[in-house]
Design a protein around this ligand. Structure first.
Ligand SMILES: [Fe+2]
Length: 280
């Protein structure tokens, strides 16, 4: 289903404070992921600046506002703007999170975990169908972090992800840092988690670094990628036809050379996994 998508390599989440360094190092960045919601209602000059990036990079729109788990059909205006952005960027795919960010009439401004129930599953599947009917590109959903298990769940997160992927035909944007963070905070084996979901549906991977705050590991996107997360990345690369690995770094930026070193390590791991080399 996703075999024909292009293999993009190792990319970076586009952040405007890093614009100059990003452009200067364009030869070492294989693609950029942009936050869709920052451009859906943007002034024309902001959109023009974004579209100018297409001259150097493949752009992947990544959303935070679709709220796929809210029991309301995604809005027609939002979807037509998203469809236009996906078309104008020429993106090979687009993505959002397996979460909710709003309840009817109210934006909660936070990626909020879903209740893993049959009812939520029906809502997600219905909303995905609406999205994929309106936006003409493959759609990926990303696993999020959460810091407590919701009581009354009817299935595990892994079972929920599996059902969503199987029943909707979407691809997986697998955030291996989110898997690591959840495994530490909630006490499960991240490798067992990975081996219990349909890894073959992974099109793109997110890597990032978090830190401990108040006794919890938090996905702050402010630290170097940990060796544990590199290990999970390698595990997935050896089992899934991954097209792209994306570094998310949102604050506390290091020297740009360290960011580029992360991309280069990702690229080497992709190549090593493709060649069937033993893990380093
Ligand atoms: Fe992510």
């Amino acid at each position: 289903m996703f075999e024909d998508l292009p293999r993009l390599g190792a990319g970076l989440g586009y952040r405007t404070p890093l614009h100059e360094q990003t452009m200067a190092a364009a030869d070492e960045i294989d693609f950029l992921e942009i936050i869709s919601d920052q451009y859906l209602y943007a002034a024309p000059d902001k959109l023009d600046r974004l579209l100018a990036l297409r001259d150097r990079f493949t752009l992947i729109p990544h959303g935070v506002g679709l709220s796929i788990g809210t029991d309301v059909i995604p809005g027609a205006d939002y979807l037509s703007r998203l469809a236009s952005l996906v078309e104008r960027t020429g993106a090979p795919w687009f993505s959002d999170h397996l979460s909710f960010t709003k309840v009817p009439e109210t934006n909660v401004d936070q990626l909020t975990p879903l209740w893993f129930t049959e009812e939520t599953l029906r809502v997600v599947c219905r909303n995905v169908k609406t999205v994929t009917e309106r936006v003409d590109a493959p759609f990926l959903l990303e696993n999020i972090t959460y810091y407590a298990e919701l009581p009354g769940a009817e299935m595990t997160e892994a079972e929920f992800i599996t059902r969503v992927l199987e029943e909707t035909g979407t691809g997986l944007l697998l955030d291996v840092n989110n898997v690591w963070v959840n495994s530490v905070n909630l006490g499960f084996d991240p490798y067992e988690f990975l081996d219990s979901i349909p890894l073959e549906r992974t099109v793109q991977i997110h890597i990032a670094g978090g830190k401990e705050i108040g006794g919890m590991l938090v996905d702050t996107h402010s630290e170097p990628v940990s060796e544990e997360v590199w290990g999970l990345l390698d595990h997935v690369l050896r089992r899934a036809p991954v097209k792209a690995v994306l570094l998310e770094w949102d604050q506390g930026w290091p020297e740009f050379g360290e960011i580029l070193a992360h991309l280069s390590r990702s690229r080497e791991m992709m190549a090593g996994a493709a060649a069937g080399e033993n893990a380093a």
